[in-house]
Design a protein around this ligand. Sequence first.
Ligand code: AMP
Ligand code: MG
Length: 475
Amino acid sequence: MFNFDYSYLSLPKKFHSLTQPSSCPFPEIFLLNQKLIKKFNLQLTQKKILDVLFDKNNYKKSFAQNYAGHQFGYFTKLGDGRAIIIGEHLLKNNLRIDVQLKGAGLTKYSRNGDGKATLRSMIREYLISEAMHCLNISSSRSLAVIKSGESILRQNLEDGGVLVRIMKSHIRIGTFEYASYFGSSKDLKHLTSYTINRLYPHISNSENPPLALLNTVMNKQIDLVVNWMRVGFIHGVMNTDNTSISAESFDYGPCAFINSYNPSKVYSSIDHNGRYAFGNQPKVIKWNICRFAESLIPIINENKKIAIELAQSVIDKFDSIWKKKYYSMMLNKIGILENKKSLHSLIDELLSIMQNNNMDFTNTFLYLSQQKISKTQHNSDSNFDLWQKKWNNYIKKVSSLKESKQIMKKNNPIIIPRNNVVNDVIEKAMNGNTDSLNKLLKALTKPYQKQEGIHEYTTPPNSHVDACFQTYCGT
Ligand code: AMP
Ligand code: MG
């Protein structure tokens, strides 16, 4: 059972609104994450979970969060329009996790929406978030998907679904933007100290806690986005309201994984200008961190000029930290532990060869670590062979191929949730056959291990199929 607390409600009223989830007419468990139930010691049986989730008596204090955010560069007031936090489950080690129902009905912030979510999009979020976690990427987790039993209107009538989502916290850059634009500096101070106590208590004694928070979040977000780049993940809608202060990836709407390497790749149907393209993600996260910095200005220093200078001194470090962490990660992908500037060109050259030859991102690195990928599964040219010789010579000089392969194995997944495969298994599940979905979910729990019978997951789609593939917000 949950051991709920509601510390978020200690913030001023403007940050939340008490909201009860709507009842589902015929709720049915569609997916249940037994491992997570065990991890958090929830002792929830299949039978009990629906009673717990849909018993109104449990919801005297459930709430929707209020926030704002920059969406595609434009500031707007938002808030949880279709998500309700039913409580903060307290863990043994004094940590707390938000338990949220996504798609559970109208809230004060629903604007023109219906507060609901499609079953299809919630299965997708479950699958991607669990895959991200197993790829060793900090992510929201999914405890269950409930089929609500009602039809909801999108382009057509669709089955409704509710995702039970777990995060260290749902506080986002947009929460701070809301406090800064619509609250007093007292509100902003309150939110800042709450966030620090909850997520980063070690910085509460620093000389300037808001500045330390900016610095910490910047570093953690750099780690996160570097990690996305490692596995070819495109978030697709990196608005500031989807950028969490805990640096967990979340809100898997139009996200996708790249097949052939192309930094300007976009899958999202709504990203017309490629703002959130694969290779743009470092620039966007820096832009988002700048919005975070701006929102903290009123409490960094009473003197605005000094506050701006202090915030700028943090932001000025972004580029060099990014470069260092990004190349370190990419060098690990080719089995090199040291991060010397002179080696960066080796990465740049490889990526440019991959792009020119439409080479599959995941499989090229697997080929280099010689994990069962045949030449036919990737289209290289003589430039690639020359590059490979150069790389081999370097490895032999500084260590051994064997040692490098160990490093590569840890950093290069064998399986990623390829878009065509994800669509295919969800389609089958929606038609009543959940075997393929369960098989994929199981395989994705061990993405770095060789497994039998996963050929369909490691084969890239035909380039024409990939070029036409689009993701939708799928609300
Ligand atoms: P997202 O792109 O999923 O992060 O959502 C952006 C904003 O739109 C958030 O404020 C959501 O709560 C809101 N939203 C998305 N879908 C719905 C919906 N079906 N009903 C109400 N609000 C929604
Ligand atoms: Mg969102």
